[in-house]
Ligand binder design. Sequence first.
Ligand code: XMP
Length: 527
Amino acid sequence: MERRKILVVDFGGQYVRLIARRIRELGVFSEIISPEAGLDYFSQEEVAGIVLSGGPASLKMAGAPLIDSRIFSLGKPILGICYGMQLMAELLPGGHLKASSRSEYGRADLLIKEPVGVFQGITVSGGGKSPGKKVAKKSFPVWMSHGDSVEEVPEGFQVLAETKELLVAAMADSARNLYGLQFHPEVEHTCYGREILGNFVHQICGVTGSWNIKEIVSEKINQIRTKLGSRAGVVLGLSGGVDSAVTAALLHRAVGERLQCIFIDHGLLRMGEVQQVVETFSREFKLPLITVDARERFLKKLAGVRDPEVKREIIGETFVRVFEEEAGKLKDITHLAQGTIYSDVIESGEHSNAEIIKSHHNVGGLPEKMELDIVEPLRDLFKDEVRELGEELGLPAEIIYRQPFPGPGLAIRIIGEVTPERLEILRQADAIFRKELEKSRVSQQIWQAFAVLPDIRSVGVEGDSRTYGYPIILRAVSSSDAMTADWVKIPGEELDRISRKIVNRVKEINRVVYDITSKPPATIEWE
Ligand code: XMP
């Protein structure tokens, strides 16, 4: 398999992950990286090309993120997108940027002046007298989102395309393989975006598109075997979610019986989940599963804790400690496997100096002193790639398409202190909500649906009596990778039915509210 990769330098743009996904869809491995990664990283042999992403900053303002300008002399092809292109104009001699107080968003018609480089071979079927004939397409819609613009291209560059508003909508120094696009080729609204990125990746960087799921499976298995050698034993924490299940399937293929799975019941799981995980797992893997009842231990540690990040830390740390203890009872265990995936790594800010949004418990919450070596075979894969891998490994749909469930479980869906009573209230309401949604016509749109228990009470009336109970918050979102999400428009009559069932069956709850916030500005989970 092609080993070379494209680095996507993250300047904080909302489409950074989309760029990485698009490149992977072209069959080429891509990696998101901080601008501060250092020249050594950028100049590695396996780096076939570099994309400088867009970003919200303006180079005309102090503190805008920069990059070492020697990157342009490494001899690697570079594609600057939006802010990335402006950065080229700012850092390379002769370039000049024009500040703008007005931003241009949305559609623009791109007129290609030089159909070379990234615009090579962009053709469209001709109509009229010669239908089907391929003719060079000169103008097509693209998606813009920028304030500043390039007024003068750097020395050695030529203008490749313009729009009505922009004299320089695309530029290139073809001799040095440096390209800049003011528009976003990665978004769907840009016509030929795929072809433009494809030209960069395949033609200009010269990487073949051989990165596919079948290859990934065998590569991952080889990597695991190399890492573990012929004797090491590995212990895996199984949560029942797709990430740990795919990790288990991969490890099982790689090292067979040397994999030992431990399922820790931390007491923060949903209704019926423990039995479900144990049952599915023993049926699918036919491997002995160690189930540890650590409910009391976790709850004791969480007693009195209200801060979400502290909860995560405690759960992460206790999890690993329980693991180490259990692994210590087994023979020849040297490694701890985890189902960390790429979005966990990105959101924990590990790849850059990005602000930490939430420390995911399987990354940021890890205690510093680990007694076992870590194996994370899914660390560079996005969720949908993990699902594809699961399919390739033959896992059943009920595991692969299971809704994601956070490692810290219901603890981050209970605002304030986690107690056995409050867990029980949440469990009941959550189970009713999810069961009702199964019958709904919106069920296909749902990425995650769950209930959240806040730590406030409100007044209600039942029969002739006043009640003072908990409200419950329902949240259902659609998403493709959890990076962004929208709330699901559950029909009013269904919400009505769900609300009645919850207040009738869960006596502590006297009010039901539905969360109608997208991500951003909210996150999917409440904590
Ligand atoms: P947020 O709330 O950040 O969640 O929008 C994005 C996705 O990540 C899940 N999530 C977690 N998963 N450990 C996990 O394994 C965690 O600490 C954690 N926090 C959030 C969340 O359910 C959603 O799918």
